[in-house]
Design a protein around this ligand. Structure first.
Ligand code: GDP
Length: 196
């Protein structure tokens, strides 16, 4: 499934621009700067695939990645929670996300990226509520696990786990990853392969 090459197919700002729902999709969502681009690069083994940038809030589109031989599409949702984003942009983002999450029959799971150092924030909780309401399966992926120690990682995992127990659409297994060190990438690939 993770044979190469993966290619960027297109970026969309409106749902009707998406390719036909003819293969399953998994989506990646998270706050700006959570490490989403780095994770997509690590997942596909292609460093330049998703833009890695220190400029939060730059990508406002849903980006679609495909691989000829893979039975799955990777959907990169625009990063949210960028404090300086103008309200109009945030509203447009929210509309697009809601439409995608509620109206995409081939969406199998949303991987919700949470920075290991920060845990679940209010903006993340809003997305979780949306996913629970839309009954879209989602799974938390902790990012940048190399930036904290083992005890702190255990602590944040326990906190997130307690929160997820209250969320009907949440997958109970939390994946701890580091794109930098490669930690948890095989597990994430296996989780995606299990959905195809
Ligand atoms: P995005 O905005 O969510 O796409 O985040 P990026 O992938 O652009 O990453 C934001 C910043 O975090 C960049 O400086 C990355 O180098 C850094 N980063 C991302 N993943 C990791 C990781 O696993 N470990 C460490 N130490 N830094 C990371």
């Amino acid at each position: 499934m993770f044979a190469r090459p993966w290619v960027f197919r297109l970026g969309v700002v409106k749902l009707d621009q998406l390719p036909p729902a003819d293969r399953i999709e998994v989506a990646f969502a998270g706050r700006s700067n959570v490490g989403k681009s780095s994770l997509l690069n690590a997942l596909t083994g292609q460093n330049g695939l998703a833009r890695t940038s220190n400029t939060p809030g730059r990508t406002q589109e849903i980006n679609v990645f495909e691989c000829e031989s893979a039975g799955v599409r990777l959907i990169d949702m625009p990063g949210y929670g960028f404090a300086q984003a103008p309200k109009g942009k945030v509203d447009a983002w929210t509309r697009l996300i809601k439409q995608y999450l509620q109206g995409r029959p081939n969406l199998r799971r949303v991987f919700l990226l949470i920075d290991s150092r920060h845990g679940i924030k209010a903006v993340d909780k809003r997305i979780m509520d949306l996913l629970d309401t839309a009954a879209v399966s989602y799974q938390v992926v902790l990012t940048k696990a190399d930036k904290i120690g083992a005890a702190a990682l255990d602590e944040v995992t326990a906190e997130v786990s307690t929160e997820l127990a209250k969320c009907p659409a949440a997958h109970p297994v939390i994946l701890a990853t580091s794109s930098e060190k490669g930690t948890g990438i095989a597990e994430l690939r296996a989780a995606i392969a299990g959905l195809a």
